[in-house]
Design a protein around this ligand. Structure first.
Ligand code: CXF
Ligand code: ZN
Length: 369
């Protein structure tokens, strides 16, 4: 493909994305040009569309994607033309305070530069007809036929995993599975509770089983999502509109509570339930998000049990280590991804896909290119 291609552009928050003809700029020596083949619609994109996450516009969103490498810059070493890659949304400089302490997710350089929507080199990699620069979400901007990304954000995976499945590993699946495998310390036979069965929660259910949990108790308000949780390995489900999840988990554990509670609902009530439902000495991992200016209330006594409380935004992802492992787990039948895809659509239907996500109708809608 040449320099011109189609992209979904956010020109104004609150307004629909517009499908536009855009062009890419020359890749830097460390860049990789990727032909995007599939991209998932994630809540974080929706937050930008709806305006609760603000970036300079016009912007190309999309940060959960996979594709084929079409071209590489002269300094690229780990990626070759023709490779199949999953895009990583965690650019990091490798030499700041937090990178030096093995916390690339907190990279200070990215936290400074990311909000500008330009790459570390200060460049935009795409422009509108007429030459106006576009910004890119998380240095990606994957709701486009082509994406120019730094080498570190193009992670090579086996060629036999289909793109519509591999793209999910880039965000939602990595966060959920990683919370169980990388963040929580799940012991064989543990009781793990997962609150919220969207894409991240359903991945967390699977991660808990992969980690050796004996019981996985899934909580949601939607019976369809709970049925899916059972398909993916939950041993018990709770519809929180009918039963109190804290009571049910206590009843299932001789009154103690769950060894590990993974939260992926992103609701103040769910956050509060985590510390009520965990046993003393247990672990709570918060994955969900609410408006960062809002408060969450906990009963002080629920925090007295020597619990480990941890927030994770990425499931402790080490993309070059974890993305190929998860792709292989899919190929080996140990990680289910097909079940997470509730819709497939072309780029020009993207606004419909986000309407479904906003209405809670979808787990993951995947754009296919
Ligand atoms: C999110 C996780 C929370 C911080 C912003 C990015 N990841 C992707 O959706
Ligand atoms: Zn995401």
């Amino acid at each position: 493909m040449g320099l011109n291609y189609r992209a979904a552009v956010l020109r104004q928050s609150g307004a629909p994305l517009t499908i536009e003809q855009v062009s890419r700029r020359a890749p830097a020596p460390g860049d990789v040009v990727v032909m995007v083949r599939a991209a998932g619609l994630c809540h974080t994109d929706l937050e930008v569309i709806d305006g609760s996450l603000r970036y300079p516009l016009p912007m190309i969103l999309g940060h959960e994607a996979s594709g084929v490498v079409e071209e590489i810059g002269s300094e690229v070493r780990h990626v070759r033309v023709g490779d199949h890659v999953i895009l990583s949304w965690n650019p990091h400089c490798g030499h700041c305070f937090h990178c030096d302490r093995d916390q690339p997710i907190l990279c200070e350089t990215y936290l400074g530069e990311g909000p500008k929507g330009l790459h570390f080199d200060g460049q935009s990699k795409a422009e509108l007809q007429g030459g106006e620069a576009l910004t890119h979400l998380m240095f990606l901007g994957a709701f486009a036929e082509i994406c120019v990304v730094p080498e570190q954000q193009a992670i090579v995976v086996p060629k036999d995993i289909p793109f519509d499945r591999s793209c999910l590993i880039g965000c939602g699946v990595m966060t959920g599975v990683g919370a169980a495998l990388n963040i929580a310390d799940i012991k064989y036979g543990d009781t793990v509770m997962v609150i919220g069965c969207g894409a991240v929660g359903l991945a967390a259910v699977q991660g808990a089983r992969m980690a050796g949990a004996g019981a996985v108790i899934a909580v949601d308000l939607d019976d369809k999502k709970l049925t899916l949780a059972t398909t993916l390995g939950a041993t018990q489900t709770i519809n929180a509109s009918r039963e109190d999840p804290v009571d049910v988990v206590k009843a299932a554990t001789n009154g103690r509570g769950a060894d590990v509670v993974l939260e992926s609902a992103g609701h103040p009530i769910a956050f509060r339930q985590t510390t009520e439902a965990v046993r003393v000495g247990g672990q709570v991992i918060w994955l969900g998000k609410i408006d960062v200016t809002k408060d969450v209330g906990f009963r002080w006594g629920s925090l007295m049990g020597e619990n480990r409380l941890r927030r994770s935004r990425s499931g402790g992802a080490g993309p070059r280590r974890d993305f190929p492992l998860l792709a292989q787990a899919y190929l080996d039948g140990k990680l289910k991804l097909d079940e997470l895809i509730t819709g497939r659509m072309p780029l020009d239907k993207i606004n419909q896909g986000f309407d479904d996500l906003r209405a809670g109708k979808s787990i993951r809608t995947v754009l296919e290119f």
